[in-house]
Design a protein around this ligand. Structure first.
Ligand code: SAM
Length: 396
């Protein structure tokens, strides 16, 4: 199988995964020895150990789907008044701005290629945080799918609300809502229109949950890509595994983070290709196990679905490129994606902690820019800069 060659790599070194598995196997062996009650090893036990060394024991496959679904189901929907008091208000706006730019540019591409009616799959739609973006983009049909049933219901009622309030002369897109584990179930079997093909699949801050196992990662990829039209796009955002590992290796413990987020691993040095779990917590928004997505493997797996990688950019790179355009800059202002520094009269700084705005002060001095400038607190930027943007296109 083609994938096999990629499987022998790990994030850091080929031997890493093998050593990791052997260590796990070793734990199992110690357990058995204890059960046997003997201090000295018996010959059959030794032979079994030799055999295990030749073919490492199977890794336990951990499934956190239930945990992920109940975490997202339990998140309360809060209004703008509460949201604006959040420590990560500007970072969330920044992420939203980034998604808006990504979605807007892809819609332009799709329209430019002459697609008369645009259909979109929002894979891991959550509570419908992107519904307005699809409305603004004037799409014709949207399918929203998510593992968290409560979120899907909230997404649907948000849509119904939108429909009620939409202007008489505005034709809001039609929509279908599906509650499904998209890393286990085949979505195309649940579509109201079995013939439906998508122009875009958008998978925002979701794909990493599927990298628990090869089967799950492949099913998620299949759902994202199998119903795409030739020339259609699979777009998304996900943590950059290289960045996470770099920060872990630089830390003198098994975790790193700051006052807004924390990432904790169980070990370091060995990074299996699938199921390399870490725990991610972000203020009051995320508190779940996630898995590293080794991007070269993701890209390799996507080829099975005839997908070619068009863009892979860290959030920082994407921001630097897009902010050069006037329309993106004015959207940024409108969405309050950056915090004015120093904060304006009546404005609120996200934090009073020391050192959180040193970079902004230094930038003012160095570049001699006019105040106020737009920025994020250091902690928010450290969290946002973990992520990357990807765009794949289906080859015809
Ligand atoms: C961080 S939220 C992002 C929500 C939305 N895409 C956004 O950008 O606002 C991650 C979402 O992925 C969903 N998710 C995680 N694993 C999933 C799976 N296997 N199938 C479908 N949805 C999943 C969660 O329920 C959650 O709604």
């Amino acid at each position: 199988m083609e994938l096999q060659s990629a499987k022998t790599e790990t994030l850091k070194e080929g031997a890493g995964q093998r050593r990791h598995e052997e260590e796990e196997g070793g734990g199992q062996r110690r357990h058995e020895e204890g059960g046997g009650g003997g201090g000295r090893q018996k010959a059959p036990m030794k032979r079994r150990q030799e055999e295990e060394r030749v073919s490492p024991p199977k890794k336990l496959v951990i499934d956190h789907s239930g945990k992920v679904a109940s975490h997202y189901n339990s998140l309360q929907e809060v209004g703008l008044a509460v949201r604006s008091q959040s420590r990560i208000f500007f970072m969330r706006n920044f992420n939203n701005w980034l998604k808006s730019v990504l979605i807007g540019e892809i819609l332009d591409q799709v329209r430019g290629s002459g697609s008369p009616k645009v259909s979109v799959l929002d894979l891991g739609c959550g509570k419908g945080g992107d519904l307005l973006k699809w409305r603004r983009g004037g799409i014709n049909h949207l399918v929203c799918a998510d593992i968290a049933g409560v979120s899907v219901d909230q997404c649907q009622s948000r849509y119904e609300d939108m429909k009620k309030k939409s202007q008489i002369n505005e034709k809001l897109f039609s929509a279908q809502f599906i509650n499904a584990d998209c890393s286990k179930e085949v979505l195309s079997e649940k579509l109201d229109d079995p013939e439906l093909l998508f122009d875009i699949c958008s998978c925002q801050f979701v794909y990493h949950y599927s990298f628990e196992s090869e089967q799950k990662a492949d099913m998620m990829l299949r759902n994202a890509c199998e119903r795409l039209k030739p020339g259609g796009y699979f777009i998304g955002t996900t943590p950059d595994a290289f960045e996470l590992v770099k920060r872990l290796e630089a830390s003198d413990s098994l975790s790193f983070g700051n006052e807004v987020f924390k990432v904790s691993f169980q070990s370091k040095g060995f990074y299996p290709l699938f199921g390399c779990q870490y725990h991610f917590s972000l203020e009051d928004v995320v508190d779940v196990p996630e898995s590293l997505v080794y991007f070269p493997l993701f890209e390799h797996m996507a080829k099975r679905y005839n997908m070619r990688l068009v863009v892979k950019q860290r959030f920082s790179e994407f921001f630097e490129e897009k902010v050069k355009k006037e329309n993106h800059r004015s959207l940024m202002m409108k969405m309050m994606a950056l915090q004015p520094f120093p904060c304006e009269d009546g404005g609120r700084q996200a934090t009073d902690s020391r050192g959180e705005y040193d970079h902004a002060e230094e930038h003012c001095v160095r570049a001699g820019v006019q105040l106020p400038l737009g920025t994020l607190s250091r902690s928010e930027w450290e969290a946002a800069s973990i992520y990357l943007v990807f765009i794949f296109q289906k080859m015809s």
